[in-house]
Ligand binder design. Structure first.
Ligand code: 6U4
Ligand code: NA
Ligand code: NA
Length: 157
């Protein structure tokens, strides 16, 4: 299964909004807002829809910050591949609120709860929060991170 997905980090000054996922993939972990891109949607449309569904805010002015590949292997076989476009937004309409899917919480940029997040996040999220763009490929075997590569992308204005 190959799926196209999104992640979004709302930023207010030195604070970042994470959600505690209440169900589905990554349940019990903090992550950005996001989910699968549906047929007929662009990744930008999908991430705006997910923000509305998950925390009731409408982001305006999305900034694209990278592409991540998550390869999940089970018994040496590729089980799924997730291509995830990452965005940040400093402007949005509405106040973050809890939903069935997610409980939003603000964190200081210097105090991100990496021990309660996906194993890969500490490898690339600091770069994104530092205003840069990344490409990363992460290989999980039986849900443990085994191999990875992270590139800093050239800034193109
Ligand atoms: P439904 O079926 O509606 O519950 P949907 O919300 O569309 O699902 P979901 O939440 O399953 O999709 O999407 C997975 C989310 O998890 C995406 O935002 C990408 C994110 N994700 C997946 N693997 C990740 C990883 N290794 N590290 C990370 N985020 C990951 O930081
Ligand atoms: Na989601
Ligand atoms: Na969703």
């Amino acid at each position: 299964m190959i799926s196209l997905e999104t992640l979004l980090y709302l930023i207010q000054g030195e604070r970042v909004l994470l959600i505690l996922k209440k169900r589905g993939l990554g349940k019990g972990l903090f992550n950005g807002v996001g989910g699968k891109v549906k047929p007929g949607e662009t990744p930008e449309q999908a991430v705006v829809r997910e923000a509305e569904e998950e925390i009731g805010v409408k982001p305006i002015q999305l900034s694209w910050r990278g592409l991540l590949e998550f390869w999940n292997l089970e018994n040496g076989q590729v089980e799924s591949i997730h291509y995830v476009h990452v965005y940040v937004s400093e402007k949005y309409v509405g106040e973050p609120r809890e939903s069935d899917e997610a409980a939003p919480l603000w964190f200081e940029k210097g105090n991100i709860p990496y021990d309660r997040m996906w194993e890969d996040d500490r490898l690339w999220l600091p770069v994104v929060l530092d205003g840069k763009r990344v490409y990363g490929k992460f290989e999980f075997e039986d849900w443990k991170l085994r191999k990875w590569i992270v590139y800093l992308l050239q800034q193109t204005g």
